[in-house]
Design a protein around this ligand. Structure first.
Ligand SMILES: *Cc1c(COP(=O)(O)O)cnc(C)c1O
Length: 376
């Protein structure tokens, strides 16, 4: 296993090290488990969206579990991937690029690039013929935590023109879309897959591949999402929409691949009435809490390692910085016996939180601590 754990569990580390700064615990076995689950369950190529968590230990464990394809959005991400996997297949799917970035991507040797407007396609003319160019479609589809279609993607008519142009330029034609992150509705993929089939027919182009994006939901409270049902629906709708001409599939999960790879331990600095001050907040690893909360995915342990089991009461939760917006938007249910110096441990924090965390005011999580498992 890559990144040999030093600690058995987060609780083991907390009890012995008594950290007074926020800790991100990383479990290599969890990353490898999800990589295998995607590769076994999804009927196509699995490519990891690096932005969700670009830590070298995350990338190394994905490679150790058999992943070789990566969705990269910047030259820095391409280099980070190649540093741990020199022969990695790079899908450059940020559809807005400077000419300097395109030239660097050509040198590094990308396998594919997405495009959503004619001006951006013109910039890609310097890429070798045979490179796969996938036209990114945007539909007004609901189901995700936030809508990606407002920033990227061509509407159906524009996609028809782009796809015909991609084929005419001698590139390998493909299509892609992103249903929006934390998408709980498999119907969003179904709508996109059928719309892509219509675009391909109208452009009179046979798609070599269809990239169904990321957007697979992580477990953020309640029951864990049924990934298997989403995979099955994607396969079924692809056959229904394309028939015998079905393109090969690609998916590029970020969030769902790594969410379970980390847990965040924060410490209670102070209690005032029903307000709690933690040593991490929205400028740190809880950055995404405003849009995608974790509801019931937290627990509290004391400095001696006992679990707090008091009745749950709503508390206002503030982060540690001197900024008044450093506060979780809704009250959080925490045990009534919560005390100063307790640790509040958030599960499912491997996606985006650590990638976005700042060191504002000198706070933010420390470097990741590797653990063998999240519970004994
Ligand atoms: C962010 C992103 C992803 C990953 O999205 P998740 O919601 O984290 O799965 C995949 N593809 C592209 C093009 C992206 O921008």
């Amino acid at each position: 296993m890559k990144s040999d754990p030093i600690w058995s569990t987060p609780d083991d580390h907390l009890r012995k090290a008594l950290p007074d700064t926020a800790q991100l615990y990383f479990c290599p076995a969890e990353v490898q488990r999800m990589a295998r689950r995607f590769q076994a369950g999804f009927s196509g190529l699995v490519s990891y969206a690096v932005k969700a968590n670009p830590a070298p230990e995350v990338l190394e464990n994905l490679v150790a579990a058999g992943l070789h394809a990566f969705d990269v959005a910047s030259v820095a991400e391409m280099r980070a991937v190649r540093a741990v996997c020199p022969d990695a297949v790079l899908h450059y799917n940020n559809p807005v690029r400077s000419r300097v970035e395109v030239a660097q991507a050509a040198l590094i040797g990308i396998a594919s690039a997405s495009v959503d407007c004619a001006g951006e396609l013109a910039k890609l003319a310097v890429l070798p013929r045979g490179t796969e160019i996938s036209v990114r479609l945007a539909l007004p589809v609901k189901g995700a935590a936030y809508d990606f279609g407002t920033k990227f993607g061509a509407g159906p008519d524009q996609a028809v023109n782009l796809l015909a142009q991609v084929a005419a330029m001698g590139f390998t034609p493909a299509m892609t879309f992103h249903p929006g992150t934390q998408c709980g509705d498999a119907g969003a993929w179904a709508a996109y897959i059928h719309a892509c089939a219509v675009v391909a027919v109208r452009a009179d182009v046979r798609l070599a591949r269809l990239n169904v994006g990321g957007g697979f939901a992580a477990h953020r409270g309640g029951a864990a999402p049924d990934l298997g049902a989403v995979f099955a629906r994607i396969t079924q709708e692809t056959h229904a929409a394309f028939g015998a001409d079905a393109p090969q599939l690609v998916c590029e999960p970020g969030r769902a691949m790594v969410a379970e790879a980390c847990q965040l331990a924060t410490r209670v600095k102070s209690l005032r009435g029903d307000a709690v001050y933690l040593n991490d907040g929205i400028y740190g690893a809880l950055a995404e809490w405003r849009d995608i909360t974790g509801h019931d995915r937290l627990r509290v342990v004391t400095a001696d390692g006992a679990t707090r089991a008091g009745a749950l009461v709503p508390r206002i939760v503030f982060g540690p910085t001197c900024d008044s917006i450093d506060r979780l938007p809704d009250p959080v249910l925490l045990p009534s016996d919560l005390s100063e110096e307790d640790y509040v441990i958030f599960a499912g924090m491997g996606a985006y939180g650590s990638a976005i965390a700042t060191r504002f005011n000198g706070y933010g999580p420390d470097a990741m601590v590797t653990v063998a498992a999240f519970s004994a």
